[in-house]
Design a protein around this ligand. Structure first.
Ligand SMILES: C[S@@+](CC[C@H](N)C(=O)[O-])C[C@H]1O[C@@H](n2cnc3c(N)ncnc32)[C@H](O)[C@@H]1O
Length: 221
C-alpha cells in the first residue's frame, strides 16, 4: 500500500500496516479524504481510535500527512495515516479492517461510483469493512447548478425515491444494507467537520443526502 509519509510516498507491506493498528478500539477509514482534515481532527479528539484517510490524489493530503508525521510538539500524532489509493481498487491489505467507513461529499469517479452503485467500489467496501461495520455517505449535486456534469457523466437524478427504490438494492446485492436516508440542508452540513462541508454549508442552497448503511459480511444475494 502507498502511504504518504510527510512529503514522500512509502510502500508498506501488510504486516507493517497491521502493526500500526494494534491496540486501537475502532479503525475508521475516510474514503476520498481530500485534505485529510476530517481524519486529523478526529484522530486528535479520539486517541483510542485509529484513522485512515484514503484519496487518489496526494496533493491535498500532503499538509495533513506532514503534520501527522511531525514531532508531537508540532501536532504529530500516531493514530492516523494517509493512503494514496484509488477507491475503485481498494487494496487487499485493508481486508476486514474498518469498524466505520465515511465517504464525505465525493466528486469525480468516486461520486459517480457511489450514486450508480458501482460493483468495484461496493465489493471493495464490503471487503475492507468488518462484519457489522457502519458506512456513512454524504453526497450532493443539484440539477439546478450541475446540469453539465450530470449530463456528461450520466448521473441519476438524486432523490429519496431513487435512493430507496433503486440504489438501495444495488448496495444490498453486495451485503451493504441501507438503514437510513436523511435529507440535510446547508445548515446541517456545518456539523460535518470536513473542508468541503464547510465550503458547501456557506454556498448555494442545496439538498444533501446522508445515507447510513451496515455491512453484513455473511449476506449474499
Ligand atoms: C469534494 S472532495 C471532498 C474531500 C473531503 N471528503 C471533504 O469533505 O472535504 C472529493 C475527493 O474525492 C477524491 N476522489 C475522487 N475520486 C476518487 C477515487 N476514485 N478514489 C479516491 N479518491 C477519489 C478526490 O480526489 C477529492 O479529494
Amino acid at each position: 500500500m502507498k502511504v504518504l509519509k510527510g512529503k514522500n510516498i512509502e510502500v508498506i507491506d501488510d504486516s507493517t500496516f497491521k502493526s500500526n493498528l494494534k491496540n486501537y478500539k475502532n479503525i475508521v477509514i475516510d474514503i476520498g479524504t481530500g485534505d485529510g482534515g476530517f481524519v486529523y481532527r478526529n484522530a486528535r479528539k479520539t486517541a483510542n481510535n485509529f484513522y485512515i484517510g484514503l484519496d487518489a490524489s496526494g496533493d491535498n493530503m500532503m499538509s495533513s500527512a506532514v503534520k501527522v508525521n511531525s514531532k508531537a510538539s508540532k501536532g504529530g500524532i500516531r493514530n492516523a495515516i494517509y493512503l494514496l489509493e484509488d477507491a475503485l481498487k481498494l487494496p487487499e491489505d485493508l481486508k476486514d479492517t474498518a469498524d466505520r467507513i465515511f465517504i464525505n461529499l465525493p466528486w469525480g469517479s468516486l461520486r459517480d461510483a457511489v450514486v450508480k452503485g458501482d460493483t468495484e467500489l461496493l465489493r471493495g467496501i464490503k471487503s475492507i469493512g468488518k462484519n457489522g461495520a457502519a458506512l456513512d455517505i454524504y453526497v450532493t449535486y443539484s440539477s439546478l447548478y450541475e446540469v453539465k456534469e450530470i449530463s456528461e457523466r450520466d448521473l441519476p437524478e438524486l432523490s429519496v425515491e431513487y435512493i430507496t427504490g433503486v440504489l438501495k438494492y444495488k448496495y444490498l446485492t453486495h451485503g451493504i444494507l441501507l438503514k437510513n436516508t436523511n435529507l440535510l440542508s446547508n445548515e446541517d452540513l456545518k456539523a460535518l467537520e470536513t473542508t468541503w462541508a464547510k465550503k458547501l454549508a456557506f454556498g448555494r442552497k442545496r439538498d444533501i443526502y446522508h445515507l447510513e448503511f451496515k455491512i453484513k459480511k455473511e449476506f449474499w444475494m
